[in-house]
Write a protein that binds this ligand. Structure first.
Ligand SMILES: C[S@@+](CC[C@H](N)C(=O)[O-])C[C@H]1O[C@@H](n2cnc3c(N)ncnc32)[C@H](O)[C@@H]1O
Length: 254
């Protein structure tokens, strides 16, 4: 068994995590998540007139959807090398007209220092993995990246710590002679959620290999996040109706 535990970052830049998960991310999760991303952010992306920023772009689900559904420039912000490698491979295969519109930033949004480049910032499945300090840095950087009146859409983290361990099993996927599977176990660990992900590959003779990676999440309620975002110049927007997503707008200067 190959195990990796990614300790929570004590700086705002995360370590090079996802070294294990990147290999399994798309085969186990991509199809369902691509549908979800189109549903959650597709209409807002189609309305973008200046630019879209995808924070924590991972292997590129929101970035690719944004290139397909808009005509604007897209900024993919992804600090983890392993995830970025998968993202770059996907982007390299795109037609040159789409490649000309996408920029990849190998940093956090704050480190990328983007100013007034977008009218939409999307954080899909990213905010949960950020410590409170990293979230505050993100709100400030999103305010810089957006023009006044621009929208920030973020998938909400778990609202509270799990009372008991929560399990999520990834449906088994077949590829050639092999089957891929895995599961995620979320448990309370002090003020954080310890998320241990296990992956396995089976052949006709049985188990071929097994890996684990552990991540940390910080729970926060919608109202906690809203209060924090208000302090960074955002107001809640009523334009987005899915309960999984918080939509806020950068205040216009008076
Ligand atoms: C759970 S993955 C989600 C990836 C992608 N959004 C998706 O849903 O497929 C979270 C991503 O956020 C990235 N990330 C972590 N800290 C970040 C930060 N401070 N700024 C931007 N991205 C960050 C990680 O490297 C990782 O790729």
């Amino acid at each position: 068994m190959h195990s990796v535990i990614v300790e929570p970052p004590d700086t705002l830049t995360p370590p090079d995590s996802y070294a294990v998960s990147a290999e399994f991310y798309d085969v186990l999760q991509a199809q369902d998540d691509a549908r979800r991303v189109r549903h959650l952010y597709g209409p807002a992306v189609a309305k973008a007139r200046l630019g879209v920023v995808d924070v924590g772009a991972g292997t590129g689900r929101v970035t690719l959807m944004s290139l397909a559904r808009s005509e604007v420039g897209v900024h993919a912000v992804e600090p983890a090398r392993a995830m970025r490698a998968a993202l770059m491979t996907r982007l390299a295969a795109l037609p040159s007209t789409q490649r000309a519109r996408v920029s990849v930033h190998p940093h956090t949004l704050g480190e990328a220092a983007l100013h007034d480049v977008a009218d939409l910032v999307v954080c899909h499945n990213t905010v949960a993995c950020l410590s409170p300090a990293a979230r505050r840095a993100l709100w400030a950087a999103a305010g810089d990246a957006l023009v006044p009146g621009g929208t920030l859409l973020l998938q909400l983290p778990p609202a509270r710590l799990p009372v008991e361990d929560r399990h999520r099993v990834f449906p088994v996927q077949r590829m050639g002679r092999h089957e891929y599977g895995g599961r995620m176990v979320m448990s309370a660990a002090g003020p954080r959620i310890r998320t241990r992900v296990e992956y396995w590959v089976r052949g006709t003779q049985g188990l071929l290999r097994q890996h684990t990676e552990t991540f940390w999440m910080w729970p926060a309620t919608r109202s906690d996040l809203t209060a924090d975002l208000r302090r960074h110049g955002f107001t809640v927007s009523s334009a987005h109706h899915d309960p999984a997503v918080l939509a806020v707008t950068l205040r216009q200067e008076a």
